[in-house]
Write a protein that binds this ligand. Sequence first.
Ligand SMILES: Nc1ncnc2c1ncn2[C@@H]1O[C@H](COP(=O)(O)OP(=O)(O)OP(=O)(O)O)[C@@H](O)[C@H]1O
Ligand SMILES: [Mg+2]
Length: 253
Amino acid sequence: MSPILEVVALRKEFGGVRALDGVSFKVNQHQIKAIIGPNGAGKTTLFNIISGLYFPTSGLIKFENREITGLKPHLITKRGICRTFQNIQIFKNMTVLENVMVGRHCRTRCEFLSTLMKLKRARYEEESILAFSQKILSFVGLKDRAFESVSNLTIQEQKLLEIARALATEPKLLLLDEPAAGLSIRETECIAELISRIRERGITILLVEHDMNVVMEISDEVIVLNSGRVLAEGAPREIQNNKEVIAVYLGEG
Ligand SMILES: Nc1ncnc2c1ncn2[C@@H]1O[C@H](COP(=O)(O)OP(=O)(O)OP(=O)(O)O)[C@@H](O)[C@H]1O
Ligand SMILES: [Mg+2]
């Protein structure tokens, strides 16, 4: 099976800082692949490049065998890649449901503005967006919160909402940047279970996460980044027993 995502010799420099230094890897269809590594390893920078927010210094990214390097973020979303952010990014002045509907608009034909103005041709589409968005809220467990203001949500609920909005774009590949950060053990278990359910729907997942229980439990393969380079790649158990990886996390000796 050909990989859904291929990252080839990716480099990113910020002034004198080499955030990514020749990173290459592949992600297979329907995999959960985790990226781990110490703070500053380059994990978020990698997501920023894949999702089109940053332009790489060199290297390329292929999605479904087509190059996407340097495409604008909305075009990358249209191709089927969506992401969540390490620092949650949702629209604070909207309801939960409206946040998900915004995500949905990238898959519909009418302009967002004409929908807002309730033009006739947009009305049917708006109804289908509403129904679709409600289904997704049920899927992530936020159905009862649909009409709440986002400001009433807990951190866990905000994270679920961000995932819901990403799912509303109908991604083939979902990039999750530290979905369990700041959550309790129980909330973390709930997120891990949700990620597995998302994969069961046929969506491939690239996951950046510091919580090793989550990583080891749900991922098929793990990549370890360190100082912008791939230090190791393999099955969770191999990574857990890799001496170099242990040294990076626990310090030499
Ligand atoms: N926009 C930017 N401008 C300048 N330097 C940046 C920028 N974004 C990232 N960096 C630098 O690139 C390196 C990698 O940062 P990045 O945020 O990708 O790490 P990370 O692996 O996501 O870390 P963390 O686990 O703390 O989230 C760091 O040295 C960081 O300071
Ligand atoms: Mg990060």
